[in-house]
Ligand binder design. Structure first.
Ligand code: KIV
Ligand code: ZN
Length: 387
């Protein structure tokens, strides 16, 4: 099994399916360029049959991007596949991603097709996509609620028809990590020609488990994860790219593979997506939230000042922050206060003066959430005037 974990970003397609997150062609190209700088392997740029605007966006991204594969989504229908093939023509490396649902509820109630008909249509779609590119991905929509034997059957058939990536989506975010990982493992083992394709997962976050499910799948043989910047996506969103990438990177003792992502581009990419979509990032969001590398408690600040790894498992700079952040507030201690004074170039003549300033700081911190450098300058001036 390969030790490369492919990162397939679908911010521009599934991310855009977040109500209110639609993007213009120019905005999509800007985000695609940020993803290329991040060295994302595959950028899913849109769903070309959905609208002429989406077609043009996929075409524009395909024209501009050279170092990542550009992908277009298509249902397992001839017009969708032809439209995706057309939009991807300018791509240096283009992928068609075709999908059909495989769960009993979707086949019976939505498609109104028998399992045999679904397999036949999937095979036909993959064969048609292969006319445009030899990079074809097949997704079994709602695989997370599908029967394992049927999944193995359809995967074997589409791989024989030319699919090179097999994606297992947890479309409705129903799965839990141990069970989802086991399911992915069984799908790989039970598909006789599995070695001819890369197995992928695409997890939604309805139960807040998208990243955990994706990582469990990786431990069971998946070698592509589909994800989005900031976890943007349909309903509760998709697996967050930054969390998947940093979990794999930080816990190399656990994961048997590595991504090729330049993690220093993560924070700039997150800010760009938040700015364009207007979906702000919650402060306590892992990796990219404003507080992800901020320390307020005195015990933690003291520890970090003595040795960063006492309370940090990653370096802020490694994911694109300029530095970690000591937030001065009511839980902060004398060491952090002294360190901030040094940064501000303030020196007290005596320890007694420093203590007086620290007392003023504590009184102020009881009234304010965060103490800024201007507050410190003011209380230093007051202390100096008194002495
Ligand atoms: O969630 C899903 O099943 C999808 C597919 C199109 C891959 O987005
Ligand atoms: Zn999805």
């Amino acid at each position: 099994m390969s030790d490369k974990l492919f990162i397939f970003d679908t911010t521009l397609r599934d991310g855009e399916q977040s109500p209110g997150a639609s993007m213009t062609k120019e905005e999509k190209v800007r985000i695609a360029k940020a993803l290329e700088r991040m060295r994302v392997d595959v950028i899913e740029a849109g769903f070309p049959i959905a609208s002429s605007g989406d077609f043009e966006s996929v075409q524009a991204v395909a024209r501009e991007i050279k170092d990542s594969t550009v992908c277009g989504l298509a249902r397992a229908l001839d017009p969708d596949i032809d439209r995706a093939g057309e939009a991807l023509k300018p791509a240096a490396s283009g992928r068609i991603h075709t999908f059909i649902a495989t769960s009993p509820i979707h086949m019976e109630r939505k498609l109104r097709m028998s399992p045999d008909e679904v397999v036949k249509q999937a095979v036909r779609a993959v064969e048609r996509a292969r006319r445009y590119t030899d990079d074809v991905e097949f997704s079994a929509e709602d695989a997370g609620r599908s029967e394992i034997d049927f999944l193995c059957r359809i995967f074997e058939a589409v791989i024989a028809a030319g699919a090179t990536t097999i994606n297992i989506p947890d479309t409705v975010g129903y799965n839990v990590p141990e069970q989802f990982g086991a399911m992915v493992g069984r799908a790989i083992e039970g598909t006789p020609n599995a070695d001819k394709a890369v197995f992928s997962v695409h997890c939604h976050n309805d139960l807040g488990l998208a990243v955990a499910n994706s990582l469990s799948a990786v431990l069971n043989g998946a070698r592509q994860v589909e994800c989005t910047i900031n976890g943007l996506g349909e309903r509760a969103g998709n697996a967050a790219l930054e969390e998947v990438v940093m979990a794999v990177r930080t816990r190399q003792d656990v994961f048997p593979c590595e991504t090729g992502i330049d993690a220093t581009q993560i924070v700039p990419g997150s800010r760009l997506v938040a700015g364009i979509t207007g979906f702000s990032v919650q402060p306590n969001k892992a990796i990219v939230g404003a507080n992800a590398f901020a320390h307020e408690s005195g015990i933690h600040q003291d520890g970090v000042l003595k040795h960063r790894e006492t309370y940090e498992i990653m370096r802020a700079e490694d994911v694109g922050w300029s530095a970690n952040r000591m937030v001065l507030g009511k839980h902060s201690g004398r060491n952090a206060f002294r360190s901030r004074l040094q940064d501000l170039g303030v020196a007290f003549a005596s320890e007694e003066e420093l203590n007086a300033a620290f007392q003023r700081f504590k009184t102020l911190a009881d009234k304010k959430h965060e103490i800024y450098d201007e507050d410190i300058q003011a209380l230093v001036t007051e202390t100096n005037l008194e002495h």
